[in-house]
Design a protein around this ligand. Structure first.
Ligand SMILES: [Zn+2]
Length: 444
């Protein structure tokens, strides 16, 4: 073995136990009892540390190229590494050009080349008029296609109308592609009072749960009729959980994710003018948050991913605190694991649960068979996590590009002490040599 980890505690696919993990050529070559393996280099975890598989975050907006002043491949992937995330999948929008054809995918890969500290894959986009580009993008290795049902926040990534959504699903069903949906309904939001001003309650009122519930019902109905595989992004409405459970029981091929911020924050506690908490769909009430936790426990929600979506401080309108004008997006890539662990532990969940939501299930959902698990044959990607340690988030010490964070000043349980990618320890500091690789869909 090149490298052996001896862990008094490790989260394995069959639960937590002590073990030693042998690494050869960047892959996990053996898993044995604690102390049973030896190698050229031995890493002994301390008694307060747990060996986790590197997390897989399938919802990250890197915004590069084109809006690299918002975020970039260098900063985003260092933030990921520092947060125990060793694999991320980049969203097709907010970068320029958006990833809606093979040429724009190539532009993005060129922008990222040599600058990624963790392994990176890409989503494509399904927008009006690009039906013919979906199959070529699929064959080029994207993991699926994102669409919106209302204005996306940027004009160059337009939403699909009813007919466009059905068209995209029929096309994807043809080659078993995956459609990932920002499920908020435009008409419901148009009918709600417009978001403006500093009051969080007004912003919340402008994006009601009904907008999510209506859009999700429509997506499920179309998935039922077309046979397409669909995934509901950033679920924030607890009302929609029974719809998802019923659809799945009926055989609809649907998965769902929620995000650390929906599990951490509640509308009642967001100060007026605190636009660092603005995201879409919005952070909702405390009772709603508990329904999301229950849905994770019941397995109706499969994954917790960050929807890391930063921008420059001026676009957050921190000066006026106007929720109508501020960019909607929360940068959570580096603190997702401790944020979720803090909430999970308080509700009686275990690290095994957190690993299932943040590593194993996201990897499985995008078909990355060598990621998200500590098992022979998988990539030697790990996070060394101290679950009983604690820290207070300081936005200026986070590695993403701009020091804006909804988590600033928040006390969190659990510290990521180290991350390893394919058997090499990651250095989070600027100037370190990045050795992340591009990932493509495995059947590409
Ligand atoms: Zn997003």
């Amino acid at each position: 073995m090149d490298l052996v980890f001896r862990a008094p505690r490790a989260v394995m696919p069959d639960g937590e136990r002590s073990c030693s993990v042998g690494v050869s050529g960047g892959r996990i070559a053996a898993v044995e009892d604690y102390g049973a393996l030896t190698g050229d280099r031995v890493v002994e975890l301390r008694d307060d540390e747990v060996l986790l598989p590197g997390l897989v975050d399938t919802h990250v907006h890197v915004n590069d190229p084109g809006r690299s002043d918002w975020e970039g491949f260098d900063t985003a992937t260092r933030a990921a590494a520092a947060g125990g995330v060793t694999t991320l999948v980049d969203m097709p929008l907010n970068s320029l050009p958006p990833t809606v054809d093979v040429a724009s995918l190539d532009v993005k890969r060129r922008a990222a080349a040599g600058r990624i500290a963790v392994d990176v894959g890409f989503w494509g986009g399904a927008v009006p008029g690009n039906r013919g580009e979906l199959r070529p993008l699929h064959e080029a290795g994207v993991f699926g296609f994102k669409c919106f049902l209302l204005h996306s926040g940027v004009d160059e990534f337009a939403p699909l109308d009813e007919a466009g959504l059905e068209d995209a699903m029929r096309e994807l069903a043809d080659f078993d592609g995956l459609l990932i949906v920002h499920a908020e309904d435009a008409d419901t939001i148009d009918a709600a009072p417009a978001a403006h001003g500093r009051a969080y309650a007004d912003f919340l009122g402008s994006r009601p749960r009904d907008a999510e519930n209506t859009a999700i019902a429509r997506v499920l109905d179309l998935a039922r009729r077309t046979g397409a595989r669909v995934h509901i992004l950033h679920l924030a409405s607890g009302d929609a959980v029974p719809l998802l459970a019923q659809a799945r029981a009926d055989g609809v091929r649907v998965t769902a994710e929620t995000c650390p911020h929906y599990l951490s924050f509640v509308a009642e506690e967001i100060r007026d003018g605190a636009t660092e908490f603005k995201c879409c769909p919005p952070i909702r009430e405390a009772g709603n948050r508990e329904r999301l936790w229950c849905a994770l426990g019941d397995g109706v929600i499969d994954c917790v991913v960050t929807d890391h979506s930063p921008c420059t401080p001026d676009l957050k309108r921190l000066d006026t605190g106007d929720f109508g004008d501020a960019w909607g997006g929360i940068a959570g890539l580096q603190v997702g694991l401790p944020a979720v662990w803090t909430g999970a532990r308080a509700r009686g969940f275990t690290l095994d649960d957190v690993v299932r939501w943040m590593a194993r299930n996201p990897a499985e959902q995008v078909g990355l068979s060598r990621k998200g698990r500590i098992a022979v044959g998988c990539d030697a990607d790990f996070a060394v996590f101290a679950p009983d340690d604690a820290f207070v988030v300081d936005r200026t010490s986070l590695h993403h590009r701009n020091p804006v964070s909804a988590y600033h000043d928040r006390a969190l349980a659990g510290v990521v002490r180290a991350s390893w990618l394919r058997g090499r320890e990651l250095d989070f500091e600027p100037g370190s040599e990045p050795f992340g690789e591009f990932l493509t869909r495995e059947d590409t």
